[in-house]
Design a protein around this ligand. Structure first.
Ligand SMILES: [Zn+2]
Length: 328
């Protein structure tokens, strides 16, 4: 039986209410040999949903193969690789985009199996080697901060820190590129890859497992937080809205949507993200029309921004949209 979104929401709300947690209700039981806390989502998918651990990662496992979607931070790369290998023997990796909280663990995968990203991600990943190295050096502290009760994470983070000095850019760069309409087979399952143009970055990939009605959006969707705006990555609010509209065409009322950050939900979180960007554009345009400076506009807040996490990145979003609209 495939888990429908309604079952999932029902199960997680039962959990929130303090009901007995029964993993079977979430699809299939959690494996005891897993290092991280994987949430089973559908028959062949599971994800780590923990805002402290970087971008949400998902494994699609079938027929002795597993595909890892995103690789979090350097200290978690080998941990993710071990969990992917135990889910399905031969392990591949796809990056939803180049940001370091989605590619920091790439080196645990590159050279071992197939690795993929969008063409525009390749140079950006290569240029992040300094961040990957300093992230690797800080591994033990990060492991202690976030997963101090997990002995295997602590052990592997020690190894990552010891090897930090030897890391080179090539260790992190995926070997193959993907674009709109490409597919990746995982056993006899076909995974559809979409790239709808620039949005969160100029290299966003959306991962769709049509058979199980589940969509991993990468950072085109932030659920419960402000979205991260990175002008150096080619972010565009209008392109972002276009990508969200294209993603909604892939969804129905039962689609399970795994965002880049925040909890799993349905297509409502894609609609919420679209609404955020639409209101951001409208409000910033109104300030530009009034002659308000960029700096003053960045100090503003509007009701649609209330109650979201990552408050510290709000001003970046306002500033980037101000620049985008001013350039027209
Ligand atoms: Zn990102």
């Amino acid at each position: 039986m495939h888990l429908t979104r309604r079952n999932f929401v029902l199960s997680t709300s039962a959990l929130a209410l303090g009901a007995c947690f029964c993993p079977v209700a979430l699809g299939k039981p959690r494996r005891l040999d897993e290092i991280l806390d994987w949430n089973p989502l559908t028959e062949h998918t599971k994800a780590v949903i923990n805002i402290a651990l970087g971008g949400n990662t998902m494994i699609i496992a079938n027929g002795g193969e597993s595909l890892m979607i995103d690789a979090k931070f350097p200290y978690l790369g080998p941990v993710l690789y071990e969990d992917a290998a135990s889910a399905g023997g031969s392990v591949s990796l796809v990056n939803t985009h180049h940001h370091g909280d989605h590619t920091g663990g790439n080196n645990a995968f590159v050279g071992k199996g197939k690795t993929f990203a969008h063409e525009n991600a390749i140079e950006k990943i290569r240029n992040q080697i300094g961040n990957y190295r300093s992230g690797a050096e800080a591994s033990v502290g990060q492991a202690v901060q976030n997963l101090k009760n997990n002995p295997r994470v602590l052990e592997l983070s020690q190894q990552v820190a010891e090897n930090a000095g030897q890391l080179s850019a090539d260790d992190f760069v995926p070997e193959s590129t993907l674009d709109q309409g490409d597919t990746i087979p995982v056993g006899d399952l076909i995974v559809d890859i979409h790239h709808f143009g620039a949005g969160h970055t100029d290299n966003d990939l959306v991962i769709h497992l049509k058979n199980e009605n589940i969509l991993h959006t990468g950072d085109l969707v932030f659920n419960g937080t402000h979205p991260f705006y990175d002008p150096s990555a080619g972010v565009t609010a209008k392109g972002w809205i276009n990508s969200l509209n294209k993603m909604l065409e892939l969804c129905d009322d039962d689609t399970i949507v795994v965002p880049g950050h925040g909890p799993v939900s349905g297509k409502d979180i894609i609609e919420n993200m679209r609404s955020y960007h639409e209101q951001l554009i409208d409000n910033v345009q109104a300030e530009i029309d009034k002659g308000t400076s960029k700096e003053d506009t960045q100090q503003m807040s509007w009701p649609f921004m209330d109650g979201l996490q990552f408050e510290q990145i709000k001003g970046r979003a306002v500033g980037a949209v101000y620049d985008e609209l001013s350039a027209e």
